[in-house]
Design a protein around this ligand. Sequence first.
Ligand SMILES: [Zn+2]
Length: 193
Amino acid sequence: MRIRKLYRFENAHIVRGCSSRRCSESIHGHSYEVELIFASDHLDRGQMVYDFGLTKLTIRELIDSFDHAITLWSGDDPDYLRDMKRWSRRWVELPVSPSAEQYARVIFLMVELVLANTVMVNKEKNVTIESVIVHETRSGYAQAFKEDAHSPQMGVIELGSIQFSDGVRDEWSDPSLWERLLRGEKIINPTKI
Ligand SMILES: [Zn+2]
């Protein structure tokens, strides 16, 4: 059984090395839509794969980190990185370029980490993230599955190398959320939301 949850965010980037000069040489923005496809072979007490309300907690907080932010690639020009961080309160730095393809891989790994650390309390079982679809425009999207997210030939993504600015962290329910997840600290789902 599959369920799908949609998220939206507005974000700015440059995609170095791509064929289009507008994309590779100018800071620009997109209204992103991100679809998460969850899967399970079981249903919980509510006879659901995973209550949509639960996807509005940590997972939404992490995806919302990209909203009204600029996303940077750590391999970009150091002067550019320094200037963007100086002039934008909200930024996220990734070890890969912020193309729709890499967004799909990064978000897949983030959600996978959250699910791995989540203590399910409503008899959910075997809930996995099957796929992440990132729509950068109305006409094009990228879709990542597990093998894509973990593919070294597409660029190794060490989750610990993803950086969120203080401006992003300050809006989380806990500014140390990411460190806690990386340490493997458990998140106990609320019994009622
Ligand atoms: Zn773009």
